[in-house]
Design a protein around this ligand. Structure first.
Ligand code: FAD
Ligand code: UDP
Length: 375
């Protein structure tokens, strides 16, 4: 009898497996239907021997020192600050939009305060900012919205930004200085040996058994377990009984070129042209020295593995109904797919650690009644 059956070996499932085994000495069966651990953060050495991310570029960034110190038990770090260029009007320009973006796009020589005035003259006055379009148009105006955001968002999500919650584009700041980093977080680094190596160390505990290429439904009635943690799509758990929750997927095209470099930064976005959204060159992320270089192209699609919850009011309303079902069940739901939240890795780790703290607290509260009952 396992103490826990955990479905999904991504961050949510692996962090909980690690905590339950190492802090409570409990036994865990961790199952994943894929052939590897790490969930969407999985990386591997491709045929050319280059470390690539199978599910697109994963850059670790956080403001939470406690999450860095938790992960640091399992990895060293390679400092890395992410920079992205957007291919706009045939130029490669910094995104998030900053002072250099505007000066180079329009052939100007503005100062920061002149850029403030430039944007103030263009931004639209939106009474209530609700949508992903409102956020951008209300900050930089319609022309820059059209150039940098509208096409990219339509490709990425398959709907117009006016149909998506503001949280989607609010992830990307606008800056009037020359800071060209994609993220502003206090900690920005990559796991030195890669994500998969870090997951292997998290799961290297004799109390944890990992079972791959197994859907939990194949084994849930066969392998006895006391409790269940589920990190897959929540609608699937409930057999879609309230309807399907949309998740956006991606098709990745991985290629290796017989040359050492391809593009000046790790990621180049294509908001105006091409069917793909972005090209990633992995050696920038890992610092690997290699005579060849490996890239991935991302083609958004509705078919395939679920990667992104789609933040729109009607989807959030349907999720709330599933959440109400979940709250009546003994199962714990954790992670990006199970709680239908557009979470970054650090947020999923934080959610998993908070779930572990709740498990500890509930057991501490239950202990006196269990003792009284003689169990
Ligand atoms: P997942 O990693 O999706 O793991 C869930 C696992 O459950 C999967 O492996 C799945 O196979 C398994 N599973 C589901 N159902 C079943 C079942 N029935 N039986 C068995 N197994 C099942 N975050 C960042 O912080 N920085 C980034 O740069 C970044 N870039 C990203 C780029 C892309 C293209 C994507 C898609 C995401 C990115 N993220 C990034 C987000 C990050 O991937 C997630 O926050 C994180 O990986 C979610 O972890 P999770 O454990 O919740 O889910
Ligand atoms: N976005 C865009 N143009 C860009 C970058 C981002 O329109 O060049 C929009 C797009 O809708 C995207 C959202 O902003 O989905 C959030 O971007 P982020 O890079 O945070 O998305 P991620 O790839 O991390 O999910």
């Amino acid at each position: 009898m396992f103490d826990w059956l955990i479905v999904g070996a991504g961050f949510a499932g692996s962090v909980l497996a690690e905590r339950l085994a190492s802090q409570r000495g409990e036994t865990v069966l961790l199952v994943d239907r894929r052939s590897h651990i790490g969930g969407n953060a999985f990386d591997w050495y491709d045929e050319a021997g280059i470390l690539v991310h199978r599910y697109g570029p994963h850059i670790f960034h956080t403001n939470a020192a406690s999450i860095v110190s938790y992960l640091s038990q399992f990895t060293d770090w390679r400092p890395y600050e992410h920079r992205v260029l957007a291919n706009v009007d045939s130029q490669l320009l910094p995104i998030p939009i900053n002072l250099d973006t505007i000066n180079r796009l329009y052939g100007l020589d503005l100062t920061s305060s002149q850029m403030e005035a430039f944007l103030a003259a263009r931004r639209e006055n939106i009474a209530e900012v609700r949508t992903a379009e409102d956020v951008v148009v209300g900050t930089v105006g319609r022309e820059l919205y059209e150039k940098f955001f509208r096409g990219y968002t339509r490709k990425q999500w398959g709907v117009d930004p006016s149909q998506l919650s503001k949280s989607v584009t609010a992830r990307v700041p606008t800056r009037t200085d020359r800071d060209d980093r994609y993220f502003s977080d206090s900690f920005q680094s990559m796991p030195a040996g890669g994500y998969t190596r870090m997951f292997e160390r998290m799961l290297a505990n004799s109390k944890i058994k990992v079972m791959l290429q197994t859907d939990y439904r194949e084994i849930r009635d066969v392998i006895p377990h006391r409790r269940l943690i589920y990190t897959g799509p929540i609608d699937e758990f409930f057999d879609f009984r309230l309807g399907k929750l949309p998740y956006r997927s991606l098709r990745f095209e991985h290629v290796t070129l017989d040359r050492p470099h391809f593009q000046p930064v790790a990621v180049v976005n294509y908001p105006q042209t091409e069917a793909f959204t972005r090209i990633t060159e992995y050696k920038h992320l890992t610092g690997q020295d290699h005579p060849k270089t490996s890239l991935s192209y991302e083609y958004p699609t509705d078919e395939g593995d679920p990667y992104y919850p789609v933040p729109r009011p009607e989807n959030e309303a349907l999720y709330k109904q599933y959440e109400a079902l979940a709250s009546q069940s003994e199962t714990l739901f954790v992670g990006r797919l199970a709680t239908y939240r557009y979470y970054n890795m650090d947020q999923v780790i934080g959610q998993a650690l908070a779930t572990f703290a709740r498990i500890q607290k509930c057991d501490a509260e239950d202990a006196p009644s269990r003792r009284a009952a003689g169990s």
